[in-house]
Design a protein around this ligand. Structure first.
Ligand SMILES: Nc1ncnc2c1ncn2[C@@H]1O[C@H](COP(=O)(O)OP(=O)(O)OP(=O)(O)O)[C@@H](O)[C@H]1O
Ligand SMILES: [Mg+2]
Length: 331
């Protein structure tokens, strides 16, 4: 009998230094896990009774720098107590060549981390896949798969266990995931209050109490994107003498016009991929006041009829430029 080296239970990147918000997203995942267990997942039967060996699949999608990776890692840690066999993190970009993922390589890495001796890992993809199924059968694992581009990339890494959870992180929505996700989380930017709190956490700065409004303005410049807030935090640490209002104005320039193009680049990249109709709708929505819009309003604004508006809205949602609110309203 070949048991291999001892399995390390946790193999995750470190948590971020100062994490804010995302409570709703975390609760939703924990609820889904408990619901699955209550519905029989814990005894090997899936929630629907026909998904006997399919893990709970959670997808998180959103813009670059919005905090998908940070949330994925956080979720895995939050689930640690209930998934004692292993927590794993796989970054598909580490295994991407010419756009495609070397899945055999990923499986090899997972198998070794699950205790299969390197010499025993099958050489080819098909063999590794079978080994992976055998190793994961009935186990309680959490596998975070980061930088997913296509549903198939996740399907190929699903453990053969209804008692496991797979958390897939991607920029666009994974509509092509076979069987769909059990839980789909569109991740939006941080609200103003959380953004300001993150900024304070990143740069504990006396200027905040002297200029509270300016602190909020600075946070707003970052559009609620944690990646941009981190740049702002660096600026605060670098320019210790400048007033915050001056800094906010300069950061806006920096982010939107010149050098560090965090916010602009993120939105530009998402916008650049849109077809002409979705791009036009995006421009129309950008000048519309208010955060919430009913679909009828969008249709009227777009002026091309219901179906064209629906198509364009769907495309914006897929690109992560729009979030669907409660009651089917885009937000
Ligand atoms: N909720 C949060 N609280 C505090 N910091 C956060 C939070 N979310 C993300 N961050 C920080 O913001 C930065 C960007 O987040 P992250 O890398 O998770 O974004 P992402 O959506 O995965 O981006 P990408 O699409 O480029 O992979 C990271 O340095 C991360 O530590
Ligand atoms: Mg990421």
């Amino acid at each position: 009998m070949h048991t291999g080296p001892e399995i390390t239970a946790v193999q995750l990147p470190p948590d971020v230094a100062y994490f804010v918000d995302r409570d709703d997203e975390q609760s939703a995942v924990i609820r889904a896990v408990h619901h699955r267990r209550g519905a029989g997942g814990g005894t090997g039967r899936g929630a629907t009774g026909n998904a006997a060996g399919r893990p709970l699949v959670v997808t998180v999608h959103g813009l670059r720098g919005v905090g998908k990776t940070a949330l994925g890692v956080r979720l895995a840690r939050a689930l640690a107590g209930e998934f004692p066999d292993a927590l794993r993190f796989v970054d598909l970009d580490d295994h991407r060549r010419d756009g495609g993922v070397e899945t055999a390589e990923v499986l090899g890495e997972l198998l070794r981390s699950l205790g299969v001796q390197p010499d025993w890992v099958e050489p080819a993809y098909a063999g590794r896949r079978r080994q992976y199924w055998a190793r994961t059968q009935g186990r309680r694992l959490v596998v975070v798969v980061d930088n997913v581009r296509f549903g198939l990339e996740v399907e190929q890494l699903l453990p053969a266990s209804a008692d496991s959870v797979v958390i897939a992180l991607s920029q666009g929505r994974l509509d092509d995931l076979k069987g769909g996700a059990d839980l789909e989380i569109p991740l939006g930017p941080l609200g103003d209050e959380h953004a300001a709190r993150l900024l304070r956490g990143l740069a504990d700065d006396p200027r905040f109490s002297a200029e509270p409004a300016a602190a909020e303005a600075l946070a707003r410049v970052c559009g609620g994107l944690p990646a941009a807030l981190e740049v702002a935090g660096e600026w605060l640490r670098k320019h210790r003498r400048r007033g915050l209002l001056r800094l906010a104005a300069q950061l806006t320039d920096e982010l939107t016009e010149r050098g560090l193009p965090v916010v602009e680049a993120v939105w530009d990249a998402a916008y650049g991929d849109l077809g002409p109709d979705a791009a036009r709708l995006y421009r129309l929505l950008a000048v519309h006041p208010g955060r919430y819009l009913a679909q009828e309003t969008v249709t009227a604004l777009f002026g091309e009829g219901t179906e064209a508006a629906e198509d364009a809205l769907e495309e914006l949602e897929r690109a992560g430029l729009l979030l669907q609110g409660r009651g089917g309203r885009p937000a």
